[in-house]
Design a protein around this ligand. Sequence first.
Ligand code: ADP
Ligand code: MG
Length: 246
Amino acid sequence: DKDAAPTPASHRVTTKGQDVPQSLVSFAALKDRFDVSSRLLQNLADCGYKTPTGVQEYGIPILLAGRDLAAISPTGTGKTLAYTLPIFASLKSPASRSQDIAAAGVRAVILAPTRELAGQIYNECLKLAQGRKWRIVLFSKATATTLADKDVRDKIDIIISTPLRLVACLKSETLELDNVRHLVLDEADRLLDTEFLEQVQEIFAACSHKELRTAVFSATLPAGVEEMAMQMMRNPIRIVVGLKDT
Ligand code: ADP
Ligand code: MG
């Protein structure tokens, strides 16, 4: 039910970290606080979202303030929008529209453990991208071939991929990630587990821009995995939605 705010009263939000930005009381506040475009706000409204969920209320201002974030929030609480909205808002314009050389090349990478989840994230991104020429690429086996053309590569704004697909493109040297500003690990408990860890670290290492911001989202983040996440972040803020895991 998209009319109800999907944060049950029983779910508390706790934050840990330095200088935690003020929470986002409504999506309308995005315009004044972060200069979010009317177009993006309209796309958000078209999704039928009226009130930010807990993870969005805290996560969106943290990411828009340029901070690294570890967000732990149960399944179904709207984690996807908590990172997709800040990506679109902070990139501002598609690379293809910009004359600015600094805007060339991939600027956001979203990693997911399965192809299916990557596809769902892609669909969410398309909704926010409505009406503008954002170039969003869902990586598949065929992608490496497409990327052989530098003009194509330079116009990509956002990549959504499983670790394996992205590493394959890094290895074939058809892709550079040195202009990436936003790296998101969705379902980070799986991405930072043994199956994917090495690949994720390789991708992280390739994201060499000094202004890289890293965010990890998960329903759970076991201690060992959280330690891995912390090694990828600088002065992060941690938010937990739900029962406190003392
Ligand atoms: P999670 O990743 O935490 O499991 P999702 O991002 O998949 O959750 O979102 C779960 C559902 O909630 C989706 O159907 C999504 O469209 C919806 N949703 C997300 N944010 C909101 C919101 N602010 N208001 C209403 N529904 C929302
Ligand atoms: Mg999710």
